[in-house]
Design a protein around this ligand. Structure first.
Ligand code: SAM
Length: 239
């Protein structure tokens, strides 16, 4: 048996996103189009020449490291999409627990900022703040879009739940300058029901951190189709 060579990767840039924590981030990019992110390139990759022509593309592939996942991996994983109790092979999944911890996300490029460095402004990304990016490539729809492809245990986007706001949460939201985009982000993120499948108990209050707030929500008794945001708390106060 041959020893396969191993390779090391350089971090080209770092993501700053609306997601301070992993919990609640949608499981694929594009599921929360209201999510904003910036990719700041690091020296020596922050050369404007390296992104010349990139602004002619609307979407990019980002290769990144699941830096918040453990290095250990197992051949079988339990995709949340299968309720967390059926196993599939790690290579039949998009699990974060994989050899090399490499992730791949298709994101929308809004604009490129070149003053004092190189920053790519992105929408719809599914990455936690601080994620190291190891490659960037333009997306070519005529090669890479296959809407007719078979998609195994994830044949369609997950169904969204309705999101209701308790009066106090509504007041806190309306007081913010970014209320419209934060409202959209909360509906898109909480609507995916980030509660762990086997712990979804209606009495329990869960928190998802978005931008600079902790969004507290819970299920509703006798209404499995709606989640209720009960409070929106500033992270500065809760930390
Ligand atoms: N689109 C990518 C892919 O297919 O490789 C990521 C899919 S993965 C299922 C998406 C989840 O990764 C998110 O729900 C979030 O909880 C988690 N995640 C995002 N950034 C991460 C990071 N830097 N380290 C570990 N987990 C991360």
């Amino acid at each position: 048996m041959h020893n396969a060579p191993s390779f090391s990767l350089a971090t080209l840039g770092v993501i700053e996103s609306d997601y301070p924590d992993k919990f609640g981030i949608p499981r694929q990019p594009g599921l929360a189009p209201a999510a904003r992110a910036t990719l700041t390139l690091l020296p020596p990759y922050d050369d404007p020449l390296a992104v010349r022509g990139l602004d002619a593309f609307s979407h990019l592939w980002l290769s990144f490291i699941f830096h918040q996942s453990p290095e250990r991996w197992t051949p079988l994983v339990r995709p949340p999409r299968l309720g967390g109790n059926q196993k599939v092979g790690v290579f039949a999944s998009r699990s974060t627990h994989r050899p090399n911890r490499l992730g791949l996300s298709l994101v929308e490029l809004t604009r490129i900022e070149l003053e004092g460095g190189v920053r790519l402004v992105l929408t719809g990304c599914d990455l936690v703040s601080g994620t190291p990016i190891v490659d960037i490539k333009p997306y070519l729809p005529w090669v890479e879009a296959h809407p007719e492809a078979r998609a195994g245990f994830a044949p369609a986007p997950p169904a969204l739940k309705a999101v209701a706001f308790a009066p106090a949460a509504r007041v806190a939201l309306d007081a913010r300058a970014d209320h419209a985009s934060l409202y959209a982000l909360i509906k898109q993120v909480i609507g995916q029901d980030p509660r762990p499948a086997y712990h979804a108990d209606t009495a329990r209050i869960y928190g998802v951190r978005l931008r600079d707030v902790d969004v507290k929500f819970r299920g509703r008794e006798n209404d499995a189709t709606t989640l209720e945001v009960v409070a929106i708390e500033s992270l500065e106060k809760t930390r």
